[in-house]
Design a protein around this ligand. Sequence first.
Ligand SMILES: [Zn+2]
Ligand SMILES: [Zn+2]
Length: 235
Amino acid sequence: MWQSFLKSCDSWLKPSQGCLLCHDSIERLHLCADCLPLLQQLIMSEQVCPWCAHLSVGGAICGECQQNMPYFDRLWASYHLAFPLHQIITEYKFHKQWSYAPILAAWMQENPPKWLSDLALDGVIAMPLSRGRLFERGYNQSEWLFQFLSTSSLISSQHSKVKIRRLYRPPQSSLPLQQRYENVDGVFSIQNDVNERHLLLIDDVVTTCATLNELARKLKGAGAASVSCWVLAKA
Ligand SMILES: [Zn+2]
Ligand SMILES: [Zn+2]
């Protein structure tokens, strides 16, 4: 269904010709030869904590994660959240630039999780939005990333979808870091059987990992065997 929908939207989903940042002629990934290095310098190296993607020498588990083990099993962020990616994501998420979805999915595919091919996944979950937020925004930005990723060989669109309800709460980005954990407490309810399932969560941006961790907590509580997370960018 999604594949035919995306095809029918082809014309308005196509971003304008030319580099996304300066409209010069495209070299790769919708960027010109001058702007491409700006994205490449944000590529996340493997020198990060495998649980939270904080910088960590040799890719060791960081002190914070050793003290407060997250509920998810691994997390990979394709990029650091900084200029120009930050601005592009803001446009995509808050200013209805839907046409960036296939580009951002392609950028994720440039630096996928190294563990992805070793996972025997049973299901993929795009971070859900509450009904209220979906109504405000008009679309779920993570769901669109997932749909475009699933046209690649990395994620199959055949993976079963897990239905999750999310309650309406103030946006995480509007709150101080401390309050973000309370804000997502109990917001998710899982509608399908996830018992003994190996699941992949897709999200656009991760800051404190509070939302991913709360969803992973619910999934693990419902019996999920593993929860792995792949996000576009880590703040
Ligand atoms: Zn450019
Ligand atoms: Zn960590």
